[in-house]
Design a protein around this ligand. Structure first.
Ligand SMILES: N[C@@H](CCC(=O)N[C@@H](CS(=O)(=O)O)C(=O)NCC(=O)O)C(=O)O
Length: 216
C-alpha cells in the first residue's frame, strides 16, 4: 500500500489525498509538520518537502504534488482526472489552472513566513509582491469559474483543475479567513462550496498545524 506524507494545512498534499480517494487507491496517511526536525521528508525527497508518495516497496518515492498527480494519472488512469489526448487543449487548460492555483499557494506560503520574521526584519515590498501574485491568481480563477460550462472547470466531471482550485480556496479559508475573495469572486465561492460537499473534499478539509522549531 502507498504511504502519503502530508500535513494538516497543506493544499498541495490535499490535492494528492483527493486524487487518491477519487481513484479509490488505498494509502496510509502519515501526517507531519515538515518544518520540524522530526519530519521524515528528507529521507524520501532531496528537496525536503511534502507531499511525498512512498510507493509499495516502502522506499521509492514520488514528490512535488503536480508530478505526483501526473504519476498517479499515468499509472492509474481510471477514473480519469484529466481530459484524454483527444482533447489536448482541455487537458492543457486543466494543467494551466493547476499552475495558477499552486502559484497562489506558493506566494501565500512565502508571505506567511515573511510575516513570521521579527517585524524589523520583514520586507513589506516582498510581502506586497507575493500578495500581488495571490490577487492576480485569484482574478484568473474567478474568471475561469465564471466561464465554466458545467459544475466543473474543465469538461463536465470532477478533474485536476477542480481539485487544485478547491485546495487553494480551502487553504485561504483556513489560513487567511479574513481575505475577501469570496465576496470578490462569487462564482469561485459557489464552485468551491460545491466541491467541499464532495466526500473526498469533506474528508480532507485543512486545519492549522503547530510548528515546534523556529523556521525563519
Ligand atoms: N511545489 C511543492 C510545494 C510543497 C511545499 O511547499 N510543501 C511544504 C508544506 S505545505 O506548505 O504544503 O504545508 C513543505 O514541505 N515545506 C517544507 C520546506 O519547504 O522545507 C508541491 O507542490 O508539492
Amino acid at each position: 500500500m502507498f504511504t502519503l506524507i502530508s500535513a494538516t494545512p497543506s493544499p498541495y498534499a490535499r490535492k494528492v489525498r483527493i486524487a487518491l480517494a477519487e481513484k479509490k487507491l488505498p494509502f496510509t496517511l502519515q501526517t507531519e509538520v515538515p518544518w520540524d526536525s522530526t519530519t521524515q521528508t528528507k529521507q524520501y525527497n532531496p528537496l525536503e518537502k511534502l507531499p511525498v508518495l512512498i510507493l509499495e516497496d516502502g522506499k521509492s518515492a514520488v514528490y512535488e504534488s503536480s508530478y505526483i498527480l501526473e504519476w498517479i494519472e499515468a499509472k492509474y488512469p481510471d477514473p480519469p482526472l484529466l481530459p484524454g489526448p483527444d482533447d489536448i487543449d482541455a487537458r492543457l487548460f486543466a494543467k494551466k489552472i493547476q499552475v495558477v492555483a499552486d502559484g497562489i499557494c506558493d506566494a501565500l506560503v512565502i508571505a506567511f513566513f515573511e510575516k513570521m520574521r521579527d517585524p524589523e526584519k520583514q520586507s513589506q515590498p516582498w510581502i506586497d509582491r507575493q500578495m500581488r501574485k495571490v490577487e492576480g491568481g485569484l482574478k484568473a480563477l474567478g474568471e475561469w469559474a465564471e466561464q465554466r460550462q458545467s459544475d466543473y472547470l474543465v469538461g463536465d466531471k470532477l478533474g485536476l483543475a477542480d481539485i487544485a482550485v478547491g485546495s487553494v480556496c480551502g487553504y485561504l479559508a483556513c489560513r487567511w479567513p479574513d481575505h475577501g475573495w469570496r465576496d470578490t469572486y462569487p462564482a469561485l465561492k459557489k464552485h468551491w462550496q460545491m466541491l467541499e460537499e464532495i466526500p473526498s473534499f469533506k474528508e480532507t478539509r485543512p486545519s492549522p498545524q503547530t510548528m515546534k522549531d523556529k523556521v525563519v
